[in-house]
Design a protein around this ligand. Structure first.
Ligand SMILES: [Zn+2]
Length: 338
């Protein structure tokens, strides 16, 4: 199957780490329009400085499993300005690479790279470019909304909820449940991860007409103020005197007063508190619809770790869509070649 990629002018490979295992995620090598070999590494950790570097580290968004914490320290990294800001807030370090908008175009390493929003987190972007022979390549990162993504020939995408045999990979956001708990409770705490989910929750409650002040845990608050244009009145914990809606990471719910109604914004059922299904992701039906919509000749499922990329690639193959998962890619390019 990788032969097909090579015919389209792309060599997909993985790098090894110092322990001899594979680094996370994927690298692509191709020729630019100027006929120069170029390597883009996707959501990978940074190679040590003594090693030769890829031309670009693409960082799709600032969730930790996409390794921006490491790649942000390279001058070769590329991400949206919002992702760079989120990385700086989350990790307390300066982003050293290149930034662009969420729907933008830039030339790096002789390649014109375009970005498209994926609706997964504030600042999350898909990257799109063409190689020398005109193959259109799209790297999505994690996706919530695929409606703004372009068609392509080679799709590099995720399968966080891509196992069609797993019931937890089928879900819908419970907006009505969220609306009802806002209606029924004056003092309610919502457990949401500080980056991504917390901003989604604030956006949702504002879209449901909730106009009062929202108290937030410190890092959630800083990220929300930086990332959301229409967050409304958001303040730190206790600054509104309690007795209002508050948003904190799930593990902070225990610290709040006993008379606060507590919920977790998650599809998971292993928290101590009742959950409302609000997800940053597409479920397996959404992921399948996305691949059909983008209509690639070939799909590489590169994320997350574990068995789900393999399950989703097999599912696509059953539907007659050519796909391969990252665990089947065992090409290693030694440093001499990069
Ligand atoms: Zn993510």
């Amino acid at each position: 199957m990788l032969r097909k990629l090579i015919d389209m002018g792309i060599l997909a490979f993985r790098q090894t780490n110092s322990r001899g295992g594979f680094k996370p995620h994927l690298s692509l090598r191709f020729m630019s329009d100027e006929g120069k070999p170029v390597t883009f590494s996707i959501d990978t950790t940074r190679s040590p400085n003594k090693c030769l570097q890829p031309d670009v580290y693409l960082i799709t968004h600032a969730h930790s499993d996409h390794n921006g914490k490491s790649a942000m320290l390279s001058e070769h990294s590329l991400c949206s300005d919002k992702t760079a800001k989120a990385l700086e807030i989350r990790y307390g370090k300066a982003y050293k690479g290149i930034t662009m908008g969420v729907s933008d175009s830039i030339e790096v390493a002789g390649v014109t790279v375009q970005t498209f929003p994926t609706g997964h987190t504030p600042g999350s972007t898909a990257f799109y470019w063409e190689n020398e022979v005109g193959t259109r390549i799209l790297v999505t990162g994690d996706v919530k909304d695929y409606s703004m993504l372009p068609k392509c020939d080679v799709l590099i995408t995720e399968a966080n909820y891509g196992d069609p045999g797993d019931t937890t990979c089928y879900f819908e956001d419970d907006i009505e449940g969220l609306e009802q708990l806002l209606r029924d409770n004056s003092c309610v705490a919502l457990g949401a991860y500080a980056f991504g989910k917390a901003q989604r929750v604030v956006e949702l409650v504002r879209s449901l007409g909730y106009g009062d002040v929202i108290e937030m845990e410190a890092q959630s608050l800083e990220l929300t103020r930086c990332m959301l244009e229409n967050a409304g009145n958001v303040v730190g914990l206790g600054e509104a005197g309690g007795n209002t809606l508050c948003v904190v990471p799930p593990w902070d719910l225990d610290r709040l007063s006993w008379h606060t109604s507590k919920y977790v914004m998650s599809g998971r059922s292993d928290f101590r508190y009742p959950s409302i299904q609000i997800s940053d992701h597409l479920d397996v039906r959404g992921l399948t619809d996305m691949v059909r919509w983008i209509n690639p000749e070939f799909t590489v499922v590169y994320h997350p770790g574990g068995h789900r990329p393999g399950k989703f690639a097999a599912h696509l193959n059953c539907l007659g869509l050519d796909a391969i998962s990252i665990d089947k890619i065992t090409n290693v390019l030694s440093n001499d070649f990069i």
